[in-house]
Write a protein that binds this ligand. Sequence first.
Ligand SMILES: *[C@@H]1O[C@H](CO)[C@@H](O)[C@H](O)[C@H]1NC(C)=O
Ligand SMILES: *[C@@H]1O[C@H](CO)[C@@H](O)[C@H](O)[C@H]1NC(C)=O
Ligand SMILES: *[C@@H]1O[C@H](CO)[C@@H](O)[C@H](O)[C@H]1NC(C)=O
Ligand SMILES: *[C@@H]1O[C@H](CO)[C@@H](O)[C@H](O)[C@H]1NC(C)=O
Ligand SMILES: *[C@@H]1O[C@H](CO)[C@@H](O)[C@H](O)[C@H]1NC(C)=O
Ligand SMILES: *[C@@H]1O[C@H](CO)[C@@H](O)[C@H](O)[C@H]1NC(C)=O
Ligand SMILES: *[C@@H]1O[C@H](CO)[C@@H](O)[C@H](O)[C@H]1NC(C)=O
Ligand SMILES: *[C@@H]1O[C@H](CO)[C@@H](O)[C@H](O)[C@H]1NC(C)=O
Length: 508
Amino acid sequence: MRGSVVVIIAFLSVVLALWDPHDEVRQRSHQGPLVHGRALPDEKSNETSRARELKYFNDQTDGMSFLVNGIGAPEVGFDIGESYAGSLPNTPSGNSTLFFWFFPSDNPRASDEIVVWLNGGPGCSSMIGLLQENGPFIWRPGTYAPVRNMYSWVNLTHMVWIDQPSGTGFSPGPPSVQDEMDVANQFNDFWKRFVDTFGLKNRKVYLTGESYAGQYIPYIADDVLNRNHTEYFNLKGVKSIAPVMSDEAVQAQVPVGMAVQRFQNVLGLNETFMEYLREKDETCGYAKFMDKALEFPPPGPMKALTPNAKNCNVWLDMMTAATYVNPCFNVYHVTASCPHLWDQMDANERSIGPGHYMNRTDVQQAIDMPPTNYKTCVEYSMFGPQGDPSPLSAFGPLPRVIKKTNNTILAQGLLDFRIFANGTLAAIQNMAWNGAQGFQGAPSKKLFVPYHHGLISTLQKTGPNPWDAGAGHLGTTHTERGLTFVTVDLAGHRKWRATDSKVLTARI
Ligand SMILES: *[C@@H]1O[C@H](CO)[C@@H](O)[C@H](O)[C@H]1NC(C)=O
Ligand SMILES: *[C@@H]1O[C@H](CO)[C@@H](O)[C@H](O)[C@H]1NC(C)=O
Ligand SMILES: *[C@@H]1O[C@H](CO)[C@@H](O)[C@H](O)[C@H]1NC(C)=O
Ligand SMILES: *[C@@H]1O[C@H](CO)[C@@H](O)[C@H](O)[C@H]1NC(C)=O
Ligand SMILES: *[C@@H]1O[C@H](CO)[C@@H](O)[C@H](O)[C@H]1NC(C)=O
Ligand SMILES: *[C@@H]1O[C@H](CO)[C@@H](O)[C@H](O)[C@H]1NC(C)=O
Ligand SMILES: *[C@@H]1O[C@H](CO)[C@@H](O)[C@H](O)[C@H]1NC(C)=O
Ligand SMILES: *[C@@H]1O[C@H](CO)[C@@H](O)[C@H](O)[C@H]1NC(C)=O
């Protein structure tokens, strides 16, 4: 009957304390020697004359010394452009702050918008995204010096990378959030001050991020949509990559068997172990669950699974078995092999690197921050020993955010063995939004990324090439009722880098 909307509300049991997609890996990671890369001359610019051509330089930003000298970033041998870094309070009493690094865009089509980027963890700094994924200067895996990122999101739009909740990265602790409501409240309080400082009222706002931000973003979005605070927070869309949004069982355990089958030619696991996984797929009910979860349209709500109760933690078994065969196995990027690549941010992956660009005194001086013992990811729990008590976002605010924005993107790399693409798809199939459950049709539309002249210089080897990014059919995209699910064949978890970053610049 027209007008009556059937909403299916029986989901998987609403679980659980937080699950930290990096924890297991962190415990197994090791620290490499500290070696420093090449330093480039630290030129001083004429701030006074530069100030005249800066679009967001004003009495307030000047008073707070937010302006970053574009040619003063240590190790970066080029002008990173106009940008502002600093901290603003995130509570009404002003006793705690969040750190931001804001890069305005030259794109005239972006004059009425701004995009926020948040890394996950919980407790990982968004400088990971800025310096290794979608910022204007990035360290590629295995390289000592940053290069200009041809596919920086700043080319498209105004970008701000924010360390939150407090206790993360440059936002001083101790953490003061108990749950996702606190995360949202503190973000909101910060955001109002940020908008006032830079004169950004009435901008369209988009929230983007990855991993545990799949939990943060829907909560922040839901909160601002409830407040109707469009002058400050005219939220127009959200995008989460490799989002923590549903049960760990669904996103990280159930899909292990099928993913190992699919990538066995890369993993090279022995027949005994493959047989063991097949058996677990049966005894743990994983194969059956996946069959049902990936039916389009979904046959009905799924029953909860409890892997730990039944000795069904195949993810850990898989990680152990894969590491015996390939000691440099990386759950965030299944095709990685030895040696571990140098990693400037050393973000808990099993890499060897100098680590901690942001922990250098000269870098902290360049962004005018007080001496800070900066950690890319903190070891403590952001929400206290019990973890995050808020329901996982698929069982909480995410369906409402999809409904209210009709512009939500969930994205997955197929090489991600921490949160599996099929796991996220299964989580979507078990969620109801805009009047129905799941997608009615299977994702099949090719994701096309335009060819670009940089590829020609790559193929013809005409000089140094900063343009290394793929083109053509690089994945799949599917949209129904305001939700888009994108997969990228050659992307991992947080390594939407180099070849992947161009895909990410697809306009939201
Ligand atoms: C900085 O620029 C201003 C205005 O162009 C000029 O008057 C001043 O001499 C410059 N200062 C330095 C140290 O170059
Ligand atoms: C800030 O003030 C609030 C309210 O008085 C208090 O609960 C909180 O612990 C304070 N936080 C810090 C970091 O001092
Ligand atoms: C992005 O901006 C940089 C700096 O202005 C520029 O060199 C690069 O060509 C731009 N990328 C694209 C894809 O246009
Ligand atoms: C926001 O707007 C909706 C619909 O217009 C209304 O129902 C709701 O009460 C408003 N919320 C607040 C906090 O003003
Ligand atoms: C995802 O699921 C489909 C079945 O719907 C399967 O064909 C494919 O191999 C799976 N991919 C991975 C990486 O597990
Ligand atoms: C096969 O792999 C499993 C899991 O890593 C291991 O325990 C077992 O010893 C391996 N078998 C052989 C014959 O290497
Ligand atoms: C960051 O720097 C401080 C001192 O400047 C040092 O004590 C700390 O060990 C460094 N942290 C890391 C993770 O390297
Ligand atoms: C969102 O899309 C649905 C159709 O999928 C439509 O019924 C609804 O009115 C739209 N909502 C908004 C806020 O545009």
